[in-house]
Design a protein around this ligand. Structure first.
Ligand code: SF4
Length: 350
């Protein structure tokens, strides 16, 4: 793509809808497509700012399919701001468990407390005011304000940015992208228009090969997919770890051994997980290599070898095999890491 100098930007923007009837036709085409083809998602059936806020935070860096169940369960536990503000942090993290990026849950909790203390449990109705709340940045503020309160303010996420770059054929700078998004926004339906742009990026103008043949706004697109694409260099690291899945019968209540991560750990602080080590275990008669999992956390892809004890026999293969015996029926109430949840589920324990 060309460099973002102002002449190039002006020239290429002329190819995408600029003003007047052309822009109206573009908006109609996009909104009509959205009305007919949008995915049926629970947060699209509400104007409740709490539910919209929750969905926006959960969807950051997480796929829609992974969010659906968590969204429902979280709302069952904390149906409104007041319930979330009154909960303990451990309860909030337990409900968040499996979604990753736990800082989001802590900020959500902090923000709920702020809303109750400073706003009587209600939400400010403009993007400018919403942005003063903890954990709510420009994107989330604009999403809540436009969807819940119909404020004509545009959102830019990764999907919108890609659509606009392809439409204009210009590597827009961040301020130019926000300006462009605001300039084409349909003020009569700002929430739907914003969601339509994001939906277009998520389902049609996708990363990799865009599906231009079924694109509702192809007519206004300067590139129609003809954008040179270079594969981004992988930033992922690879690591190998060993986990101990050790269960015992505790007088009628089955238990599993878990370790709590340090409260000051940079990742998943204070959460519970299976004992683990980055060193392979010494040979051990009771240790059985049970299964190997793949698991990614931020920029690291882990290969996880799980050792499982046989019929209640102790498993002492890992140097880190300390921790506490936790009753299995208590696990839904404590925050556990996504990897631990994955292993316990695979083992039929939860
Ligand atoms: S025509 Fe293709 S590249 Fe242009 S917006 Fe539509 S899907 Fe994206």
């Amino acid at each position: 793509m060309p460099a973002p100098n102002s002449i190039a930007v002006e020239t290429r923007l002329a190819a995408s809808p600029a003003s007047g009837r052309d822009l109206s036709a573009f908006r109609r085409a996009l909104l009509g497509w959205y009305d007919r083809h949008r995915r049926d998602l629970p947060w699209r059936k509400t104007r409740d700012p709490y539910r919209i806020w929750l969905s926006e935070i959960m969807l950051q860096q997480t796929r829609v399919a992974a969010v659906l169940d968590h969204y429902r369960i979280f709302l069952e536990r904390f149906p409104n701001v007041q319930a979330l503000a009154a909960a303990s942090e451990d309860d909030v993290l337990a409900a968040w468990s499996g979604l990753g990026y736990y800082r989001r849950a802590r900020m959500l909790h902090r923000c709920a407390k702020d809303l109750v203390q400073a706003h009587g449990g209600g939400f400010p109705q403009t993007a400018g005011e919403l942005q003063t709340l903890p954990g709510i940045g420009r994107y989330t503020a604009a999403a809540i304000a436009s969807i819940a309160f119909a404020e004509p303010v545009a959102v830019v996420d990764g999907n919108v940015e890609r659509v606009l770059q392809r439409q204009t054929g210009v590597n827009l700078t961040t301020p130019q992208t926000w300006q462009r998004a605001q300039a084409i926004l349909a003020n009569s339906r700002p929430g739907d228009f914003n969601q339509a742009m994001m939906e277009l990026g998520a389902t049609v103008c996708v990363p990799g090969e865009p599906r231009c043949l079924v694109c509702p706004v192809r007519k206004w697109c300067a590139t129609q997919g003809e954008v040179p694409r270079a594969a981004p260099p992988s930033r992922q690291k690879k690591e190998e770890i060993w986990c101990a899945l050790e269960c015992r019968d505790g007088n009628g209540t089955d238990k599993v051994r878990l370790v709590q991560r340090p409260k000051k750990a940079s990742l998943m602080a204070g959460m519970w997980e299976l004992p683990q080590s980055s060193d392979p275990p010494r040979p051990w008669p009771d240790a059985a290599h049970w299964r190997t999992f793949r698991h990614s956390i931020t920029v690291t892809d882990y290969t996880v070898h799980v050792l499982r004890n046989k019929s209640g026999a102790p498993l002492k293969a890992l140097p880190a095999a300390k921790g506490k015996w936790i009753a299995i029926d208590r696990i839904p109430q404590i925050p556990i890491t996504g990897l631990t949840r994955k292993i316990l589920k695979a083992g039929g324990i939860i």
